[in-house]
Ligand binder design. Structure first.
Ligand SMILES: Cc1cc2nc3c(=O)[nH]c(=O)nc-3n(C[C@H](O)[C@H](O)[C@H](O)COP(=O)(O)OP(=O)(O)OC[C@H]3O[C@@H](n4cnc5c(N)ncnc54)[C@H](O)[C@@H]3O)c2cc1C
Length: 366
């Protein structure tokens, strides 16, 4: 069973255990040597340069390149979010084609699509809060390109359950699969799924050559659809105790960095804004993960469920410090830069390929 620790030393141990050589060869297989680092990266517990600093000296630049390139995918999506803002929550480059509805197939939600590998991956998502990248792609392609759902509601459903839920990686990956942030829709047939998921399923509605895509008809199993209504069980609102002689550091669900200014005395507040979670709900499992990571690693952290404005009032003349992030655009105070793998590559790129071409130059430099 996949397990995600919440203690910082175990999380660092997970970076140290990453095997760049095996990763390069097996990452596409559901049981491949992937790192399982995404919840810690997405929540800002560890920073991408930290991973690079551990992996590259151990395996060398050449062997590490695939893993670094995958880390760069995350950074690419973050840059798109920074530059395009809330436009990433709608069809970004072009409208998704061949959409029949804006709901989600009932059999995706109930993990009963008839495609064994996908059903297993969805059940595992519910149990663990994690899904392998290839399984995410299969699930999104079945939903958007076979069942012809618009990507937005299904993306919110998956985001709700993921410990690593990251709005940019999530929404833009769904759009990449559905063809609104890529040049074509992604398809996988049963052979491809069997190969990477280790199943031996035959005779399913995906057991066809690639020429059969796109299907003229939605398979009967995927026809029933539903709306989903998701809510976030936020902790009760409690007024934090703020020492007026100290600065106030604001943490949030994307910044849980235990090393951030850990050398100073400060009021440390984990800010959970109800408005944000109303728009982008997360499950109880995910909220517990966030709270546990915060409590296990950030000294005297207090949780405040409320709006930034209320916290600002509570802080009075107190200095407020936060890290730059699109969900913190409305914070006021001292904004600090996030740690980037490729800080100099700070523009909008419409494709990962063009982004990576720029990054590669910096990666090759010492
Ligand atoms: C439909 C869909 C939804 C997704 N939603 C999210 C999400 O909400 N949050 C999220 O962090 N990732 C998301 N991803 C990207 C990717 O699936 C996960 O980052 C990866 O599976 C996490 O597992 P890992 O840490 O073991 O990955 P590894 O393969 O070990 O990769 C190491 C790290 O590189 C980054 N990375 C790897 N692949 C990708 C990728 N394709 N896109 C972006 N970053 C990548 C991640 O930070 C990951 O932790 C999504 C992908 C798809 C296709």
């Amino acid at each position: 069973m996949i397990y995600f620790p919440t203690k910082y030393n175990e999380i660092i141990g997970r970076i140290e255990a990453a095997d760049a050589r095996k990763y390069e060869k097996t990452r596409n297989f559901i049981n491949g040597a992937v790192t399982y680092l995404s919840p810690f990266i997405a929540r800002g517990v560890i920073q991408l340069p930290q991973i690079k600093q551990i992996v590259v000296p151990k395996f060398g630049r050449y062997v590490s390149e695939k893993l670094i390139q995958e880390l760069a995918w995350r950074e690419f999506f973050q840059r798109v979010w920074q530059h395009k803002g809330s436009a990433i929550f709608s069809d970004l480059k072009q409208d998704q084609e061949n959409v029949k509805h804006r709901q989600i197939p009932t059999k995706i939600v109930s993990a009963n699509t008839g495609i064994e590998a996908i059903d297993k991956a969805i059940s595992q998502l519910y149990q663990t809060g994690y899904m392998h990248n290839h399984a995410r792609m299969y699930t999104a392609m079945l939903t958007c390109n076979i069942a012809k759902s618009h990507w937005h509601m299904p993306a919110k459903w998956m985001y709700y359950h993921l410990l690593d839920g990251d709005l940019a990686s999530n929404m833009l990956s769904w759009q990449w699969v559905a063809g609104s942030f890529s040049s074509k829709k992604y398809y996988a047939n049963q052979d491809n799924i069997n190969k990477y998921a280790g199943t031996q399923q035959h005779g399913s509605y995906l057991d066809c050559p690639y020429e059969a895509f796109p299907f003229a008809e939605i398979p009967v199993d995927l026809k029933p659809t539903e709306d989903i209504h998701l809510t976030t069980p936020l902790p009760e609102k409690k007024t934090p105790v703020i020492d007026p002689s100290l600065p106030t550091l604001i943490y949030n669900s994307y910044n849980l960095d235990p090393n951030w200014h850990n050398e100073i005395n400060a009021n440390r507040i984990l800010l959970l804004e109800p408005d944000h979670f109303e728009k982008f709900p997360i499950s109880e499992k995910v909220i517990h993960f966030i709270l546990n990571v915060a409590k296990d690693n950030i000294l005297d952290i207090q949780v405040f469920t409320g709006a930034f404005k209320e916290l600002e009032t509570l802080a009075g003349n107190n200095k407020i410090i936060f890290k730059e992030h699109p969900i913190a655009n409305h914070y006021k105070g001292i904004q600090e830069e996030r740690a980037w793998l490729f800080p100099a590559v700070n523009q909008y790129f419409g494709s990962f390929f063009s982004y990576w071409k720029k990054c590669e130059r910096y990666y090759q430099e010492k």
